[in-house]
Design a protein around this ligand. Structure first.
Ligand SMILES: [Fe+2]
Length: 381
């Protein structure tokens, strides 16, 4: 544990099945001219209609032209659209991309100028325009995190924005919104949430506050992910996954990520493979690699995954914990190797050098060398 740590309890979190259709009062407390940011997948799934039906006054505008990986250009266009109609608050409805776009829009609308002026760590110094985040996947945790990841198409780079002022004011967790999420996406986003919980629990920035959120999230995901993937209409399982994803988000918002996200970011920057799927592929390898440094932490992770630790050596318990994570991913139908998602073998050295300088790796408990990252990539291939 760190001698000093800061723990921010940012968003007001509201949970109820069907709550996204009853947001009028929450919105009225925050602004009079709400602007909705969503994407075409959410529209096609019919998730916006119940939100609109529950409002007493219609939104001043809706922006839905958001790709799976949002970009600086999209943020600037959405901000312009919101500015033209005099928006005074934002509602983000969707997965990580619409929510991160809305975070970018609130930066530009509050402070003026260009989004690129605010890139980096703690550049934003004051409160931003009010924002409600309504996730439609159980994975990113973006509804409660101080991060936004937005692609700069001109430099072909993913830019990170980090500030405690980016945390949305309200997170609305409504499992009815994840009911129609297809099994593959439910599995990939669930494994993203699991990777947040596991990486943050072993991070160099861990502290008892994030530990409690992370461990309980691991337990909830191990207990409910299979049901949420194989029986999407199981609202209890969907709700447990949504809460676990949010808790893992709160944990990593304060204690960050590690080698699994660093490798994932490297691959995701070059190939269009879902972030959660990549984390799922790297999880067992990253866990084995880090467990040499913080074995006690991996024993606790294994127990949270449901492994019986009684009377057995730490090595056995840790190995079973890693196997439990790999089995969960396989049971949920996810690919287990990089070759299965069309990553060519000859690019692995390039991926190792990209991962070596990814921001996520600086909080990994084991200081990784490029050769070790290459070994992990080869093992995952
Ligand atoms: Fe992630």
């Amino acid at each position: 544990m760190q001698e000093f740590f800061e723990y921010n309890l940012g968003a007001r979190v509201l949970y109820q099945a069907g709550l996204s259709g009853d947001l009028a009062q929450v919105i009225e407390e925050m602004g009079a001219r709400p602007f909705i940011i969503t994407d075409k997948g959410v529209m096609a799934a019919g998730l916006l209609a119940p939100v609109l039906a529950g409002l007493t006054t219609p939104p001043v505008g809706i922006y839905d032209d958001i790709p799976p990986n949002s970009s600086v250009k999209v943020v600037m266009e959405a901000a312009q659209a919101a500015r033209e109609v005099g928006a005074d608050m934002l509602i983000a409805l969707g997965g990580g991309s619409p929510i991160d776009t809305a975070k970018g829009v609130r930066i530009v609308l509050t402070n003026g100028g260009h989004l690129l002026d605010y890139q980096g760590y703690n550049v934003i110094a004051d409160r931003l325009m009010p924002m409600i985040a309504v996730p439609t996947t159980a994975g990113t945790g973006s509804e409660v995190t101080p991060f936004a990841v937005i692609r700069d198409e001109e430099q072909d780079l993913k830019l990170a924005f980090t500030s405690r002022f980016l945390v949305p004011d309200v997170a609305v967790l409504d499992p009815e919104l994840t009911r129609s999420l297809p099994p593959r996406l439910s599995a990939a986003t669930g494994m993203d949430a699991l990777s947040h919980a596991i990486e943050t629990f072993v991070s160099t920035e861990n502290n008892p506050f994030s530990d409690s959120m992370a461990l309980f999230a691991i337990d909830m995901i191990a207990s409910h992910m299979r049901d949420s993937v194989h029986n999407g209409a199981d609202i209890d399982a969907r709700g447990q996954m949504l809460i676990a994803s949010c808790m893992a988000g709160i944990a990593c918002a304060n204690s960050y990520f590690g080698v699994i996200h660093a490798l994932s970011h490297a691959v995701g920057g070059l190939y269009a493979v879902h972030h959660g799927t990549l984390n799922s592929i790297f999880l067992p390898h990253g866990m084995r690699y880090n467990s040499a440094i913080v074995p006690d932490r991996y024993v606790r992770i294994a127990r949270a995954m449901g492994v019986n630790a009684g009377g057995r050596s730490d090595e056995e318990v840790i190995a079973d914990g890693v196997a439990a994570v790999a089995t969960l991913a396989a049971d949920c139908g996810l690919p287990t190797r990089l070759r299965d998602v069309d990553v060519p073998e000859d690019v692995l050295p390039q991926l190792a050098s990209i991962a070596l300088v990814d921001g996520a790796i600086f909080h990994n408990p084991r200081v990784a060398e490029e050769g070790e990252l290459l070994e992990l990539l080869r093992a995952a291939w």
